[in-house]
Design a protein around this ligand. Structure first.
Ligand code: GSH
Length: 201
């Protein structure tokens, strides 16, 4: 199995983290996330969006989108609940991650971490992404501060893996995580679970 990967991408990290928990080995091929010139050649037949993560299964079938890849490997494991409502809650948080966390926190982190700052002409976009990022962190903090250990049910699910991917490195985008004690405790809970690997692994 081959993962088209970027070491700096939280989306790729989510996949690597789940596979590590499940003990599934995967070969990696690193793609540049700044110079995208070879994307059509490498991913043209594999991922309509030409992005990473993209995975190619042992039988040659490709799968794109971090959430879809998580679901493919997570189904039938402890990371996807059996109860229908809880499964839908996992999806709820995974969609939240893609619509609230990823376009705001992940993009701001990418700008600072990879590009060294806000791209020219993007200052007002940056400010609205920071505001939206904080609203997202506020919402997660409020949810967790009501006594929850995990986002769905009593154990770690794909929801936690998806949400952890970018929120635990939000500080690299300048977000002040000290404001969020329940979120930080949850980060600690995720990172101390047996089988955990860091984003740098
Ligand atoms: N919704 C996609 C987003 C994937 C994505 O944005 N990947 C980034 C790296 S984190 C990428 O490939 N960026 C380079 C590009 O846009 O071509 C997912 O969750 O997999």
């Amino acid at each position: 199995m081959l993962l088209y990967n970027s070491p700096v991408s939280g989306n790729c990290y989510k996949v690597r983290l789940l596979l590590a928990h499940l003990g599934i080995p995967v070969e990696r091929r690193t793609l540049d996330v700044v110079d995208r010139s070879n994307r059509p050649e490498l991913l043209g037949d594999l991922n309509p969006a030409l992005r990473v993560p993209t995975i190619v299964l042992d039988d040659g079938r490709p799968l794109a989108e971090s959430s879809a890849i998580l679901w493919y490997f997570g189904e039938g494991t402890r990371f996807v609940p059996e109860d229908r409502y809880r499964r839908a809650q996992v999806l709820q948080w995974m969609f939240f991650e893609q619509y609230e966390v990823e376009p705001n926190i992940a993009v701001v982190r990418f700008w600072f971490h990879e590009l060294g700052g806000v791209p020219a002409g993007q200052q007002s976009v940056y400010e609205s992404k920071v505001a939206a990022g904080y609203r997202t962190l506020d919402a997660m903090e409020k949810y967790l501060a009501s006594g929850r250990q995990w986002f769905v049910g009593d154990g770690m699910t794909l929801a936690d893996i998806a949400l952890y991917g970018y929120t635990h490195v939000a500080g690299e985008g300048g977000f002040e995580l000290d404001r969020y004690p329940a979120l930080q405790e949850w980060h600690e809970r995720v990172s101390s679970a047996p089988g955990h690997v860091p984003i740098t692994a």
